[in-house]
Design a binder for this molecule. Structure first.
Ligand SMILES: CC(C)(COP(=O)(O)OP(=O)(O)OC[C@H]1O[C@@H](n2cnc3c(N)ncnc32)[C@H](O)[C@@H]1OP(=O)(O)O)[C@@H](O)C(=O)NCCC(=O)NCCS
Length: 167
């Protein structure tokens, strides 16, 4: 991985116009909607900024809920019978085509997991919706587990994420 870079909250000075992940809905969202979502407190977008100011990738985090019955029985066995569990939604994650295969996707995911873990609001797991089989494999390699009846929706328990980082 090259030089110094940083991951920070999306701000007006970031150049969003040239971002191109090759996935049109993800690009359109980033260019036209992400700023509004941040201002309206419905999603928190974060960007990976390279030393020259280029945006190499972004992701969004939001609060969500998971139905207890959606998770595998093995996962919920020892949990209280609340119908809805608090969770964190990694709603979108994309790396610009120019910067693929350099570890930035994994880095953005690790950053998202760390921010989710550091929140003082309880969250049982981080949830992702993989848009296709490639994305699903990407998350499976990062130890995400599929929901039993929704193979493109995956989760990673916060207790497992905590084990990744020294606190
Ligand atoms: C998925 C995505 C974020 C990965 O970004 P990236 O910077 O190219 O990924 P990295 O370089 O960090 O790769 C991390 C690991 O995932 C693997 N990987 C990356 N993309 C993958 C894919 N589509 N399918 C399977 N594995 C993948 C890499 O081979 C690498 O594993 P390795 O270190 O063992 O070789 C990027 O391909 C992307 O933006 N895709 C379009 C949008 C998308 O699918 N987003 C996912 C959420 S819907």
């Amino acid at each position: 991985m090259e030089g110094a870079f940083r991951v920070e909250a999306l701000a007006p000075h970031h150049d969003r116009a040239s971002f191109a992940s090759g996935v049109e809905p993800l690009d359109r969202y980033f260019r036209t909607q992400a700023g509004q979502d941040a201002r309206k407190n419905v999603a928190a977008p974060f960007v990976l900024v390279l030393p020259d100011g280029a945006i190499a990738g972004y992701y969004t985090l939001s609060a969500t809920g998971i139905g207890l019955s959606e998770l595998p029985a093995q996962t919920t066995r020892k949990l209280p019978r609340y119908p809805l569990l608090p969770a964190t939604l990694l709603g979108r994650l994309a790396v610009d085509l120019r910067y693929r295969g350099r570890g930035y996707g994994r880095l953005l995911l690790a950053d998202a997991l760390l921010r989710s873990l550091r929140s003082e609001i309880a969250s049982f797991a981080v949830i992702v919706d993989a848009k296709d089989d490639g994305a699903r494999r990407f998350y499976e390699r990062e130890s995400f587990l599929p929901f039993p009846d929704q193979p493109k929706r995956l989760f990673r328990p916060m207790a497992d994420i905590a084990g990744l980082f020294d606190r």
